[in-house]
Design a protein around this ligand. Structure first.
Ligand code: CA
Length: 237
């Protein structure tokens, strides 16, 4: 299977390095020089053509955030953001926009390629505790085979990492998870997120899954420890 990367970056020197490393891995690349071109490249190609998007946050014409939201509204393709070093604000805004991961500039191309490989692997075979469709209440279903969360039969647009985190929490036996445990179990050892990234994923999941009786989006905060799935059924005493 050939792997296709969309690289969205306005600095040609960085693109040269990335393209050389990608070629060595046997990947094909398409370069977009700004946000507008990225959106054009994506909409021309359509869903299913690119296997991963490498997306700079600071771009001319359209910001990386905007491009990320555009693609995320249409696809669950892994999106890796390139952010400014040490900027938590950048990381949070990237994850809020639906990115799966981020790498801070200046980065080591070899480390970045390892992260890309990890995402492609994860995409090929999600490391799930869940084997069968799991129901929460009467409306929500988690489907590990289709990598889908459905509400009333309709898929909810979640990112891959959001899916992995939610299905990890929901897999029986239900227990309380620390943020660190969640990162390691759901996203793997290669993921070097910090604790606050879990909070961002949970916040996004809550926004997408909240419903009357489950305003917390089925995820309960366990203060001083972490998170737990809240599978209580408010309709039943
Ligand atoms: Ca830039």
């Amino acid at each position: 299977m050939s792997v296709n990367l969309l690289i969205v970056e306005d600095e040609p020197a960085i693109v040269d390095v990335l393209a050389a490393y990608a070629e060595r891995e046997g990947y094909s690349t398409r370069w977009a020089r700004d946000g507008e071109e990225a959106v054009e490249a994506w909409s021309e190609a359509g869903e299913g053509v690119f296997d991963l998007v490498l997306l700079d946050l600071m771009l001319p014409r359209r910001s990386g955030d905007e491009v990320c939201r555009y693609i995320r509204a249409r696809s669950s393709v892994p999106i890796v953001m390139l952010t400014a070093k040490g900027s938590e604000a950048d990381v949070v805004s990237g994850l809020d926009a639906g990115a799966d991961d981020y790498v801070a500039k200046p980065f080591s191309p070899r480390v970045l390629m390892a992260r890309i490989r990890a995402h492609l692997r994860k995409n090929a075979a999600p490391q799930l505790g869940l084997k069968n469709v799991l129901k929460l209440g009467s409306r929500v279903e988690i489907d590990p085979n289709r990598v889908e969360i459905r509400k009333d039969g309709q898929p909810i647009p979640v990112t891959r990492n959001e899916f992995l985190i939610f299905s990890t929490l929901a897999a029986p036996p239900i227990r309380t998870w620390s943020r660190d445990d969640i990162i390691r179990t759901a996203l793997g050892d290669e993921y070097d997120g910090f604790d606050r990234t879990v909070d961002t994923y949970v916040k996004n999941l809550r926004k997408k899954l909240a419903e009357p009786g489950h305003e917390n989006g089925w995820i309960q905060t366990v203060h001083g420890f972490g998170y737990k799935i809240d599978d209580s059924d408010p309709a039943k005493p």
